[in-house]
Design a protein around this ligand. Structure first.
Ligand code: SAM
Length: 275
């Protein structure tokens, strides 16, 4: 008998992967956590039944949530990641030559443990000399920071449970206060096909806190619809302008950096920037 894992990306759309083994299946304090071995994508981490990351396509998302800001800021020395408990974004951050310190604030330590147990290519970052890992609610953590960071990345689950407030205008305002006066914020803002409301909420919320707000896209095969968005708020620098060179990447490069901001009309319309 075949075994499959299915993420219901919408109530009427399932994304299924054939699996050979369930490696972890637990209810943490915050969410249901599973790790499965899939034939197509290798190991897969799911939270509350949603695909978070896989061996085979993690590089796309982790490079694109980090490298755009890391290479648009002239001196990204101090970077904060909210969420990101799998460690993939932290790996990109601490490997960037300009970064002096990458701080990860993840609310659920069981995600960090699962990554250490099953995703060595991601969790290697936790022990990096430039890395600091804190288990705490990122919303509370940010409220207690003032002009501390050059870049803040919100690598959170979708707006459910502990992540709801991470998509709110008050959070974006507190993130702006936690950034230096030339800082940048990047938030993962879900799918232009299935989550137009989340994109609008994130984009408008970031716009209220930053003078420059832009949306960019990447293709992530295991995320709902395969097309994913990121919203960037910047206090001073244009995120479309490349100012430093990142580490060598598999998906991200100068041309991808520029192309990511070229939006199809249906996406521009979502954020009210259509022709
Ligand atoms: N790349 C994935 C995506 O786009 O859905 C996100 C991956 S990462 C595993 C998401 C993490 O955000 C989870 O580990 C979750 O525990 C964490 N998280 C959710 N709300 C949080 C909060 N308020 N503070 C810190 N971490 C939070």
């Amino acid at each position: 008998m075949d075994l499959w894992v299915t993420e219901y990306q919408t109530p009427s759309l399932g994304f299924s992967c054939k699996i050979t083994e369930t490696l972890r299946n637990e209810q943490t304090r915050f969410q249901h956590l599973a790790v499965v071995e899939t034939l197509q994508f290798g190991k897969m981490l799911l939270l509350d039944g949603m695909v978070m990351t896989t061996d085979k396509d993690e590089f796309v998302y982790h490079e694109m949530i980090t490298q755009i800001a890391l290479n648009s800021h002239p001196n990204p020395e101090k970077v904060l990641i909210i969420g990101g408990g799998d460690g993939g974004a932290l790996r990109e951050v601490v490997n960037h030559p300009a970064v002096k310190k990458g701080t990860l604030v993840e609310i659920d330590d069981r995600v960090i443990t699962a990554s250490r147990d099953f995703f060595p290519a991601l969790s290697c970052a936790f022990d990096h000399a430039k890395a600091e890992v804190i288990v705490e609610d990122g919303i509370e953590f940010v409220k207690n920071q003032t002009a501390e960071f050059d870049i803040i990345l919100v690598d959170s689950t979708e707006p459910v449970g502990p992540a709801v407030e991470l998509f709110s205008a008050p959070f974006y305002k507190s993130a702006a206060a936690a950034l230096k006066d030339d800082g940048m914020l990047v938030v993962q803002s879900e799918s232009p096909f299935f989550n137009q409301d989340v994109i609008q909420m994130a984009f408008k919320g970031v716009q209220q806190a930053f003078p420059i707000t832009k949306l960019y896209l990447a293709s992530v095969p295991t995320y709902p619809s395969g097309l994913w968005s990121f919203t960037v708020g910047s206090k001073q620098y244009d995120p479309e302008k490349i100012m430093t060179r990142g580490s060598s990447c598999k998906y991200y490069n100068d041309e991808v950096h520029q192309a990511a901001f070229k939006l199809p009309d249906f996406v521009a319309d979502i954020i009210g920037e259509g022709k």
